[in-house]
Write a protein that binds this ligand. Structure first.
Ligand SMILES: Cc1cc2nc3c(=O)[nH]c(=O)nc-3n(C[C@H](O)[C@H](O)[C@H](O)COP(=O)(O)OP(=O)(O)OC[C@H]3O[C@@H](n4cnc5c(N)ncnc54)[C@H](O)[C@@H]3O)c2cc1C
Length: 421
């Protein structure tokens, strides 16, 4: 997999232990934000924690994403109210706010050098989408007390340096950061406080025995078995054939990002993150070094070949002046989506937990899920109880049909975007 600009920026190696323990209180499968946050919080609660990561720590979606921090859930509040009722929608809104607060608390406490920049703009790709954005902004103001600024077409063009969009809203509650630097800060602190983080160890299965869980794993040194009181499945879009429940409910989707070399002048005047209203979202931001980090296009192949060639037309459509801008790096990452685009954060059976399926909005929610699961293992289950009530529907046809289904869904979404629907 290609390296990101984040990997080049964060040169210090992430912690990794050599030998695996035979027993642990909690085994965590996956070293992204979900697993790392769980490891840190469980260690603070006094548990012996063993995190098993197939590749490198934080080299999954958590270390290769767009770095945008979005308030709320992946589904908007109107959808949540209609599908789940106002009480649940309210509870999810509050949990979304807690997720944002947790990111800020962690980056401050850990002194994470992750270039936090406040401000998020949602940009409408059609006039109808702009109407919807304004209606939704009024709904949030009336029912949730938020204050978002509406940007007319010309105000938006001035704010982001392209007149491609029809208008937008500015949300001061969101923002962006270097996701790998943030994840690394959590990993390093978890390691310092006693969590054992093992890179290069792939979990192949887990089973309940009379003495707790037995986790089977494979590394360059051979096969391993670890006994664990609890197991957290935190492999998200990368976890396959370990747990059939998740295989049926979390579909991997590959997303692409291109980062330019530092630009001669800033295009986004106040430095916000920008995400548009398409089904296949285009999202972008300029980092502290002045590089445009631009995400666009989705697929189902982990190694899609020339990622820069794939993303550049989307970038050039918005910013024709960047058609030939030198590229610092271009890379792919795999996210996990669910059928309803709501995460699966729950206890699957006594001692077996999962946090996954953030559907492209995991910087805040994955970090939060790790803490919620850690709290539940320590006996504080109130938040997990709420999240565990979210419906988690299997995709039709089972895992075998996921690639053709993903292909079809992407085709339909791209078509709807082109038709302006
Ligand atoms: C290109 C891209 C852009 C994105 N942009 C944004 C954004 O701007 N804002 C936002 O909020 N979200 C974004 N997301 C989503 C966000 O990155 C994820 O939701 C979040 O990082 C999920 O964290 P995680 O820890 O659950 O999973 P991951 O970070 O993917 O970590 C899972 C880890 O589990 C490991 N693993 C899997 N199976 C096994 C196994 N059997 N044994 C051991 N280890 C295993 C993997 O190697 C991986 O390291 C983006 C995602 C991608 C791919």
């Amino acid at each position: 997999m290609t390296d990101t600009i984040y990997a080049a920026d964060t040169a210090v190696p992430l912690p990794s232990e050599a030998s695996l323990p035979e027993r642990t209180d909690v085994a965590i499968v996956g070293g992204g934000l979900t697993g790392l946050s769980a490891a840190l919080h469980l260690t603070r609660d006094g548990f012996h924690v063993t995190l098993l990561e197939a590749g490198r720590i934080a080299d999954g979606a958590s270390g290769r994403n767009g770095g945008q921090l979005h308030p709320g859930q992946r589904r908007d509040q109107v959808w949540l109210e209609q599908r789940l009722g106002p009480k649940m929608a309210n509870a999810l809104w509050r949990l979304g706010a807690e997720a944002i607060a947790l990111v800020h608390a962690l980056r401050t406490e850990l002194n994470a050098d992750c270039g936090w920049q406040p401000g998020l703009i949602e940009a409408a790709h059609t006039p109808q989408a702009f109407d919807e954005l304004r209606r939704y902004r009024d709904h949030l103001a009336a029912h949730y007390g938020t204050r978002q600024e509406v940007l007319s077409r010309s105000a938006l063009a001035e704010a982001i340096g392209t007149d491609f969009y029809h208008g937008g809203v500015r949300d001061a509650g969101g923002g962006h950061l270097n996701p790998l630097a943030f994840a690394k800060a959590i990993a390093e602190r978890a390691h310092v406080e006693g969590a054992r983080l093992h890179a290069g160890v792939r979990v192949t299965g887990h089973r309940l025995t009379p003495h707790g869980y037995c986790v089977d794993a494979q590394s360059a040194l051979g096969r391993h078995q670890i006994r664990a009181g609890s197991v957290i499945l935190a492999g998200n879009g990368y976890l396959r054939r370990v747990n059939p429940y998740l295989d049926a409910r979390v579909m991997p989707l590959v997303n692409y990002i291109l980062a330019t070399e530092p630009l001669p002048a800033r295009l986004i005047a106040k430095g916000e993150a920008v995400a548009d209203t398409r089904h296949v979202i285009r999202y972008f931001r300029e980092d502290g070094a002045g590089r445009m980090i631009f995400g666009g296009g989705e697929g189902y192949r982990r190694t899609p070949g020339d990622v820069a060639k794939l993303v550049r037309p989307y970038l050039a459509e918005l910013y024709p002046g960047l058609r030939d801008a030198p590229v610092a790096a271009a890379w792919a990452g795999t996210l996990g989506i669910t059928r309803l685009r709501m995460p699966i954060i729950r206890r699957l059976e006594p001692g077996l937990y999962v946090g996954a399926g953030y559907s492209g909005q995991g910087v805040g929610l994955a970090t939060f899920a790790g803490k919620v699961i850690a709290d539940a293992i320590a006996g504080e289950t109130s938040r997990l109880d709420v999240l565990g009530r979210l419906p988690a529907l299997p995709f039709p046809g089972g895992p075998m049909l996921q690639t053709p289904l993903a292909r079809l869904a992407l085709f339909v979404f791209a078509l709807r975007d082109r038709l302006g629907r």
